[in-house]
Ligand binder design. Structure first.
Ligand code: PBG
Length: 329
């Protein structure tokens, strides 16, 4: 009898009850898969909903700690910190990014003090600090690579000094992982990890995030440093470079339109692979659910399991709390 001969082989047997489906499931989601992004802003007792990300907020440090408490209690092991920098503190040299008393540095210290076990990851990129809204230093309309990478290495050290467990460079300058690794080693931060945004595409799905941080590029676009959506081999090349330069976790971003890239990268490196389920992906599900066009919880869980299926080990997602809550039930 051949393996697939009906009726001996009936695929529906393994789908016939909830428990059998659970036993046959090839992939699973757990709260420990999630990295929860946190947007922090200046002030006290402040909480602002991001209009293009319904249900997602920017917090002042005090309220961010309350939010972190909830994240921790849901079994989510890690947060990814982003700072919203007021316009008057932006320039073309990332001055505020290196301020030991800056918002990011204060937020890191506050989180590590209150939740020593929480894995604090920090965004390393210039765009929230840049008067041009670009991820590097701008000269004559160009984004300088080596000068920017040098500055990013200083920024990473500043986050490590404040207590960050992982720095997460999201800028796409060449060679920055090596420069960051060397700077961390030199300063004695040998245990500070690097989660590299290795394959970050020039994507329209970052729109709501740029609203959240007021970080949209002031001129042009990010296509000279972020990747072309047509490419997949290039993502593998980027990931291998970052592995060789000393990255500890490789990230692919965005998520849903790039599941093939997650798979290709996972098969090419010997490191955990994370995926960023970005702001626009969150906004699309929220918007359609608000219209009553899809079921929010089902669509969310289906998106999240697709990342595991594609090979992701970790998922940075604005749905982290909602999904963890569902998984607890
Ligand atoms: C910038 C950065 C971006 C995101 C994370 N870091 C946006 C961009 O490159 O313009 C996007 C995250 C999201 O959309 O959720 N360094």
């Amino acid at each position: 009898m051949s393996h697939s001969q009906f009726p001996y082989s009936r695929h529906r047997r393994l789908r016939s009850s909830e428990n059998i489906r659970r036993m046959a499931a090839e992939h699973h989601l757990l709260p420990r898969d999630f990295i929860a992004p946190l947007f922090v802003m200046e002030g006290k007792n402040r909480k602002e909903e991001i209009p293009s990300m319904p249900g997602y907020f920017r917090f002042s440090i005090d309220l961010m700690l309350t939010e972190a408490e909830e994240i921790v209690s849901l079994g989510i092991p890690s947060v990814l910190l982003f700072a919203k920098v007021p316009d008057e503190k932006k320039d073309n040299k990332g001055t505020e990014a290196l301020n030991p008393e800056g918002l990011m540095q204060q937020a890191i210290r506050a989180l590590k003090e209150q939740f020593p076990e929480l894995v604090v990851m920090t965004d390393v990129a210039l765009d929230p600090y840049s008067s041009y809204g670009h991820d590097g230093i701008v000269e004559d309309g160009q984004i300088l690579n080596d000068e920017s990478a040098e500055l990013l290495a200083k920024m990473a050290v500043s986050h490590a000094e404040a207590g960050a467990d992982f720095v997460a460079p999201s800028d796409m300058m060449d060679g920055r992982i090596l420069m960051i690794r060397e700077a961390l080693e030199e300063m004695g931060y040998v245990n500070t990890g690097i989660m590299s945004y290795s394959a970050k595409y020039a994507s329209s799905y970052y729109g709501p995030f740029r609203d959240a941080l007021d970080s949209a590029p002031g001129f042009g676009d990010k296509k000279t440093y972020q990747m072309d959506p047509s490419n997949v081999t290039e993502a593998v090349k980027e990931a291998i470079s970052d592995e060789q330069e000393g990255a500890d976790i490789i990230m692919v971003k965005p998520g849903l339109p790039y599941l093939d890239v997650v798979r290709a990268v996972k098969e090419s490196v010997y490191l955990p692979v994370s995926v960023y389920n970005v702001s626009g992906e969150y906004a699309m599900i929220k918007a359609a659910a608000n219209m009553g066009w899809i079921d929010e919880e089902d669509a969310m869980m289906e998106a999240l399991i697709s990342f595991k299926r594609a090979g992701a080990d970790l998922i940075a997602t604005y749905f982290a709390k909602d999904a963890a809550r569902l998984l607890q039930k």
